[in-house]
Design a protein around this ligand. Structure first.
Ligand code: 13P
Length: 258
């Protein structure tokens, strides 16, 4: 049975790339992906480069924009923060919430993650909820407990309409920026667990439609096998998305021949 999930490949530039680097990147990247169809593509630049990317891409369908973070607050005296409405104004469609770097380095709790998710949904941004266990948690056999706690903390209480907008990214912390990719089997096991959680939370139909991305040292060499797993619906790529040609290869790897 064909699955009703179009793959999504998203490039999270993290704190890399100045505004002036955006134009040459996009020139190359657009050329490289010109022939590719059937995959949703997102670029997630830092805020300062987002403006430039938005000027060039506008609301084009082929490459969507995402943001790396947002404020849980709508507006006001929150120095240094960026609101969902500011992102919408730049044609941003996706926003990362709960990336492990924000949880670990900036103290984001499950409650903050939940509030950001709600803020994104209220402005019709599609949140990409990032979850994943550390190496110690995996070694202690706790990875599923961690995933369940993070999912529960972020998603409990959301309506089905809101849940239908959420994309989940499984990013094992030990695989991020380390060159250690989860094996396709390890990733598939975690993805299936996440889908089963979603089934319990909101039913099989919704869980069957939710995209679950894998992230953690994805490269052009590992992408195809990871994304051929039945419950892996795309990739959230960090380091390897900084090179437009290499990232285009990862996008190409998401195209499934029927
Ligand atoms: P790397 O691909 O650099 O491991 O980063 C993954 C990630 O954190 C994407 O959000």
């Amino acid at each position: 049975m064909a699955l009703p999930r179009k793959k999504l490949v998203a490039g999270n530039w993290k704190m890399n790339m100045t505004s002036s680097e955006v134009t040459p990147y996009l020139e190359t990247f657009r050329r490289e992906i010109d022939e590719i169809d059937g995959v949703d593509i997102a670029l997630i630049p830092p805020f300062t480069a987002l403006t430039k990317a938005s000027e060039i891409l506008g609301g084009t369908q082929k490459i969507r924009l995402g943001a790396q973070n947002l404020s849980p607050e709508a507006k006001g005296a929150f120095t240094g923060e960026i609101s969902a409405a500011m992102l919408r104004d730049l044609f941003v469609r996706y926003v990362l919430v709960g990336h492990s770097e924000r949880r670990r380095l900036f103290g984001e709790t499950d409650e903050i993650v939940r509030r950001k998710l709600v803020a994104a949904l209220a402005s019709e941004l599609r949140p990409i909820l990032c979850i994943g266990e550390t190496l110690e948690e995996r070694q202690a056999g706790q990875e599923k407990v961690v995933l369940e706690t993070q999912l529960q903390g972020a998603l409990a209480g959301l309506s089905k309409e809101d849940l239908a907008e959420v994309i989940v990214a499984y990013e094992p912390v030990w695989a991020i920026g380390t060159g250690l990719t989860a094996t396709p089997a390890q990733a598939q096991e975690a993805h299936l667990f996440i889908r089963e959680f979603l089934t319990k939370l909101a039913g099989a139909e919704l869980a069957g439609k939710t995209r679950i991305l894998y992230g953690g040292s994805v490269t052009a060499d590992t992408a195809a096998e990871l994304m051929s797993q039945p419950d892996i619906d795309g990739a959230l790529v960090g380091g390897a998305s900084l090179d437009p040609r290499g990232f285009a290869k990862i996008v190409a790897a998401a195209v499934t021949e029927e």
